[in-house]
Ligand binder design. Structure first.
Ligand code: GLU
Length: 321
């Protein structure tokens, strides 16, 4: 799990991004980073540790870009470190990406890209994404308005797993592309500005109008517009949803209390946790664990380590034997 934020508008992006990250820190806090498009190209500032550490990075106050993406990380691939923190750039420093989720086939994609001359500087699964976008962008001979989107879409078609992704490019300083599959992402619509966040409360102080994205729908954000596309890149229409909650009820997603909210969150929590592991017959596959039948039949003890609700779930499991 992690938190992502994005901003495109007329104000300085960096304080808005950091403020959003602080509100999303409950989703992950081993490292954090932001990227903005400055006059001389993409700037990336990131570090290990809590979001507030970003304030100590030299030059962060001097950023003037009005478009940017941000991430607070909870590592799944690669230790918490500066190199592994998001955002990640492609080798040519043309594209910058933040990602919430897990790319299950990243090893395969890394090999493919390495064979095409790309180098990797982190241990994350995420770093394949900006490089794949670059690979497809370079391959595309057309020079029309959809070139950036086509490259992101082609990259996403190669990804297996879960992702909420934001992409910016120094070649397209007035656009940001976002897409999600089995990871959360909402788009907040303002006046001549648009916001991205992993959840509604983090940006509710900026806008009350939200677009919700379904799996594998793409949004191309500019300052005064958001265009939506399906997975075949056909334009689709979306209406905004007006969220009338105040900040405290928003944290409860409109429910009267946190307990009800958590009960209703369960289908989504399960989808986010094991959704990408389900095959077409809705059976769970954990191929990467390489458990053989023989290995499993030799197990004579299973330890379930848990607390709170998870402990009770563990006790139910124990009673089944
Ligand atoms: N898999 C990515 C990583 O380890 C993203 C993790 C997250 O969602 O925070 O960097």
């Amino acid at each position: 799990m992690c938190g992502i934020v994005g901003y495109i508008g007329t104000q300085k992006a960096s304080p808005i991004l950091i403020n959003g990250l602080i509100r999303l820190e409950y989703r992950g806090y081993d490292s954090a980073g932001i990227s903005t498009i400055e006059k001389d190209g993409l700037s990336v500032m990131k570090d290990k540790g809590r979001v507030k550490n970003l304030y100590d990075i030299k030059g962060i106050d001097d950023l003037t870009g009005t478009i940017g993406i941000a991430h607070t990380r909870w590592a799944t691939h690669g230790k918490p470190s500066k190199e592994n923190s998001h955002p990640h750039m492609d080798n040519s420093k043309t594209f910058c990406v933040v990602h919430n989720g897990i790319i299950e086939n990243y090893n395969e994609l890394k090999t493919f890209l390495t064979n095409h001359g790309y180098t990797f500087y982190s241990q994350t699964d995420t770093e394949v994404i900006p490089n794949l976008v670059h690979y497809y962008y370079k391959k595309d001979d057309k020079q029309d308005d959809l070139k950036f989107l086509r490259a992101v879409k082609s990259a996403c078609s190669d990804l297996k797993g879960s992702f909420a992704i934001e992409v910016i490019s120094k070649n397209h300083p007035d656009h940001m592309i976002v897409v999600r599959k089995d990871s959360p992402l909402v788009i907040g619509k303002g006046e001549n500005e648009n916001y991205i966040s992993s959840d509604i409360p983090a940006i509710l102080s900026f806008t009350k109008n939200f677009y919700l994205l379904n799996d594998l729908e793409f949004a191309v954000l500019s300052r005064d517009n958001v265009d939506f596309y399906d997975n075949n890149l056909n334009l689709i229409k979306k209406e905004t949803k007006n969220i009338e909650w105040n900040a405290s009820s928003a944290e409860k997603d409109g429910f009267d209390d946190f307990m009800l909210k958590e009960i209703y969150e369960q289908p989504n929590a399960i989808r986010e946790t094991i959704g990408s592991k389900l095959n077409d017959e809705y059976k769970c596959e954990f191929d990467e664990l390489n458990f053989t039948k023989e290995y499993l039949s030799n197990l004579n003890k299973i330890y379930i380590v848990a607390c709170g609700t998870a402990m009770h779930a563990g006790l139910v499991r124990k009673k089944c034997y």
